[in-house]
Write a protein that binds this ligand. Structure first.
Ligand code: ATP
Length: 283
């Protein structure tokens, strides 16, 4: 069974058509990254799946449940999902450990509080008041609150915004651990390297429409895209675009009778492909 099934999802705010007929399936255990520029419709989509926003049309099933239902089954369903929203609510007068302990009480099968604090790298700050945390530390606390309930399905809306590079790498390790536990994860991010490192599949959304669904390595024909081979020939740097870099390298090896000076082979990055899909550099 798929963890998430969406067909024909639509949502407008007045005249703004934020989501215009999205179809999306996410398998159980999959890590899926939703990519798209500011205002593309990512948060709207994700918050509909989380049951925080209403939809205008389409069919949505999240762990087999329609998130627009708010009957007694909704409580049970909430117990099975974890959420890290884009913006955080304030509970500045509690400490980190008090906050996580408080939230753990909402779930029937929570993780251990100390283990969660450790996995987001907040051991040193466990006793600190939330209002004294830095922005990145606050965000780590958000992630802790998302995973404390030991969710089957975790929603992460731009989880690493404000993280320093070290914290991001630690977060990636945490996601790998959750993957190992079989957690399904739907993540939105503006960091293409993050999507590439973590996601089994990515979806590119622009103007409320999904433009492409693929693995990061295959998005937009990336795997077979032309490679740029460059090398030094005397005082000149030469380049050649090719579908077959091996053939070019073989030719050059013969030409130089061995080592090719300053050889590089570059294929388009996920970011190159993504930017070409959404129409270049956005404001
Ligand atoms: P970002 O990367 O900036 O978070 P996003 O892809 O998450 O963007 P959404 O927040 O889903 O985009 O917004 C999609 C569109 O809907 C935008 O044009 C936005 O202005 C509009 N929108 C979002 N929320 C509301 C709201 N509560 N009321 C009115 N318009 C909204």
């Amino acid at each position: 069974m798929n963890a998430i099934e969406v067909t024909g999802l639509s949502k407008s705010y007045g005249q703004v058509k934020a989501v215009r007929g999205i179809d999306l399936s996410i398998a159980t255990g999959e890590i899926f990254a939703l990519l798209g520029p500011n205002g593309a419709g990512k948060t709207t989509t994700v918050e509909i799946l989380e049951g925080f926003r209403s939809r205008d049309g389409g069919d949505v099933r999240v762990l087999g449940f329609d998130p627009s239902n708010d009957g007694s089954a909704a409580r049970e369903w909430r117990n099975r999902i974890g959420i890290v929203l884009q913006s955080t609510s304030d509970s500045g007068d509690l400490t980190v450990i008090e906050t996580i302990e408080h939230f753990s009480g909402y779930y029937s099968n929570p993780r251990k509080v100390e283990e969660v604090i450790n996995s987001v790298g907040l051991d040193d700050k466990a006793g600190s008041l939330i209002r004294k945390l830095s922005g990145g530390q606050r965000r780590r606390l958000d992630v802790a609150l998302g995973i404390i309930g030991n969710p089957e399905l975790l929603f992460l809306d731009e989880p690493t915004t404000g993280f320093d590079p070290q914290a991001r790498r630690a977060f990636w390790e945490l996601i790998e651990k959750l993957r190992g536990d079989g957690t399904t994860i739907l993540l939105t991010t503006h960091y293409l390297d993050e999507a590439e490192a973590l996601a089994d599949r990515v979806g590119v959304i622009n103007d409320g429409v999904i433009l492409a669904l693929s693995t990061p390595s295959e998005l937009g024909g990336r795997r077979t895209a032309q490679a740029l081979v460059s090398w030094r020939d005397g005082s000149e740097i030469k380049t050649e675009s090719t579908d077959n870099p091996t053939a070019v390298v073989n030719k050059l090896t013969t030409h130089f009778n061995g080592d090719i000076p300053e050889l590089t082979i570059i294929r388009p990055s996920l970011e190159d492909i993504y930017l070409s899909m959404i129409g270049g550099v956005h404001e």
